[in-house]
Design a protein around this ligand. Structure first.
Ligand code: 9MR
Length: 361
């Protein structure tokens, strides 16, 4: 029997679980915040269990939270995340070990290379070591590049030089030799930045240091990036013999204050009616554009499924997306597949129908 929902028609018999529909292609992931980890968001967790088979902690494993002072580690929420993932047989990704942002002041203040290397090593050994054999993959280094592909002037780069990346991956491999190790960044679809990532990956490969994959954060919008650039980025990375992950997918539908692209979390802008045009509901016209955009993008992911291990959304539903507060606080954004009432949007239907159509061919 055929029913019509939104844009697409699909059989009632067909699965209505993203992870099941995409099982032949790649894992479908999401990011969990503390309300999910503490099981406060009951309906959110129902969605997680039904639709996703990979989870990333949105914040609780970041250095500032997990290791706020030299001898203090906060493992309560990270432990709860891992327990939850084990209970539900989720593929778990640790996020993230070495990142310039959300880094506590005591690390920023280190100027001695020997000391910083030691601190970085200890952090990696403590955090990865605790979840050895439990967390399957780690974003070892996050966002090390500027937009032109040069190295970002993080404390790690300033004190240790570009070799900090090789050191981080080496320590990570020692801490858990079976863990998959990834480099993760945004705007990898921009050719100059992508070249920087390719340089980093090739340097590690030349030194025989394990790097298993690259995470392309998908913080995109309705018009950017071009489908061609997405495709090019996937094929460029796949050519290096590593796995590609789409790690932080969301598609903003709101105006961009300076037409910015990407996700530099340090920039914020004032709120206004003009900048927050859909405070109460998502108009059909935009909902349809979003569904079409997701469909176009997922067509590419399916085409390159042999190279893609996982597509992870950055959040469970629109109500918990970081894009409600960035780059302007307090807006109402609609970037994911599920709405604030935990219901599937048109975009969900276009994404799930895509593989059903492919299977039926
Ligand atoms: O979604 C995260 C948000 O809740 C945090 O406030 C922010 C700062 O830690 O980080 C967001 O996640 C970022 C991710 O860790 C790395 N890539 C960019 C993401 C969006 O800023």
């Amino acid at each position: 029997m055929l029913i019509t929902i939104g844009l697409q028609s699909f059989s009632q018999k067909q699965t209505n679980s993203l992870k099941q529909a995409y099982a032949p292609y790649f894992k479908i992931g999401t990011a969990l915040n503390s309300s999910h980890i503490e099981e406060g968001d009951y309906d959110g967790m129902l969605l997680v269990r039904k639709h996703f088979n990979a989870i990333t902690p949105e914040n609780v494993m970041k250095w500032e939270l997990i290791h706020p002072s030299p001898n203090q580690y906060n493992f309560a929420l990270p432990d709860a995340f891992v327990k939850l993932g084990q209970k539900d047989s989720m593929y778990m990704i640790g996020h993230t070990l070495v990142w310039h942002s959300q880094l506590p002041q005591w690390v920023h203040a280190i100027t001695d290379p020997v000391q910083l290397e030691q601190v970085m090593k200890e952090h990696i050994f403590q955090v990865m070591g605790r979840y050895k054999g439990k967390i399957h993959a780690w974003d070892v280094v996050n966002e090390a590049l500027n937009e032109d592909g040069s190295m970002r002037e993080s404390v790690f780069y300033k004190v240790l030089g570009s070799s900090y990346i090789a050191k981080a991956f080496k320590f990570a491999h020692e801490a858990d030799p079976d863990c998959k190790l990834y480099y993760n960044d945004y705007n990898m679809v921009v050719p100059a930045k992508r070249q920087g990532a390719i340089r980093i990956i090739k340097e590690l490969q030349a030194q025989g240091i394990p790097i298993h994959g690259v995470g392309m954060q998908g913080h995109w919008n309705l018009n950017w990036p071009s489908l061609q650039d997405i495709e090019q980025a996937i094929t460029d990375f796949a050519a290096l013999g590593i796995t590609v992950m789409i790690t932080e997918l969301d598609i903003t539908v709101l105006p961009n204050p300076w037409d910015l692209v990407g996700a530099d979390v340090n920039q914020k802008f004032e709120n206004s009616e003009k900048m927050n045009p859909h405070p109460n509901f998502l108009p059909d016209s935009v909902d349809i554009l979003l569904a079409k955009r997701y469909e176009d993008i997922f067509k590419i992911f399916v085409k390159y499924h042999a190279n893609i291990d996982r597509v992870s959304f950055w959040g469970v539903h629109d109500g918990v997306s970081w894009l409600n507060d960035w780059p302007i606080r307090g807006r109402t954004n609609y970037p994911l597949l599920f709405n604030r009432n935990y219901k599937p949007k048109r975009a969900y239907k276009s994404v799930i129908s895509l593989v059903k159509q492919a299977e039926n061919k």
